[in-house]
Design a protein around this ligand. Sequence first.
Ligand SMILES: Nc1ncnc2c1ncn2[C@@H]1O[C@H](COP(=O)(O)OP(=O)(O)O)[C@@H](O)[C@H]1O
Ligand SMILES: [Mg+2]
Length: 267
Amino acid sequence: MSRIPFEQLPVEVRQAMVDKAGVVRQATTVRGGMNSGIASVLVTDNGSVFVKGITADHPQAGAQQREAAVAPCLPPSCPRLYWHLEVEGWSLLGYEVVDGRHADYAPGSPDLLLVAAALTELQGISAPADVEIKQAEDRWQEYAQPGTVQHFAGETLLHTDFAPDNVLIAEGRARLIDWAWPTRGAAWIDSGALALRLMEAGHPVEAAVAFARRFPSWRNAAPEALAAFGAATAALWQEIAEQDGVAWKQAMAQQAATLGRALGGLQ
Ligand SMILES: Nc1ncnc2c1ncn2[C@@H]1O[C@H](COP(=O)(O)OP(=O)(O)O)[C@@H](O)[C@H]1O
Ligand SMILES: [Mg+2]
């Protein structure tokens, strides 16, 4: 990912942002994240705003549109979207600034409780009917073992990407950001997605699964559903690792296979 500073945006784009947000006094590019061509905190005459933007021809342009569409439906743990601009081939989202740091998922981290609280809040939210949103069955179809994908169906609004740089810790709360993959599906899917990320951060699989069991959705899920998730997650990460040899993707694929076995989805 190459990220440019605010000052390098075309002048028309900067002017459109000034019209929305006020005269920019300071712009600081943030660290972390994957896709955004610009990700900056702007201090303006009207206050601060976090801006993430990509060009309309970017492969993630669709994700940016999904993120904008779902924003009004998100719970309070998610920063508020102030505006969405499409100008001069750029798509820009202006958010409430969360002045914090990325979550630490390491075993024993005090952030874990905060992340659990944010996910508990999200688990109570139904996917909006009036926003076009992916179905979990469709997202996992390609990876699920034959005859198992129906387990993924449900009505809950899912985040599905709990990479630690998609969770900000500020003022004693965890805030869920980066809604590029909002999905309608079974609530336990998010508990499982988070469990895999805990494994990436060093939790043994038993501890990660025990963490998932904090959520009633996971405790109440049929064992076959969790096994289906384990198998599909392992297949998904195996594909990702085959396409790109970077170390973290290889490690994720190994962790996903371990989780798949622990959930009874893989031999
Ligand atoms: N509302 C916000 N306030 C402050 N910083 C943010 C905010 N949202 C995101 N960030 C920072 O910007 C980074 C990139 O944002 P994110 O939405 O994850 O986009 P992407 O990963 O697609 O580039 C995050 O990892 C975080 O460090
Ligand atoms: Mg991100």
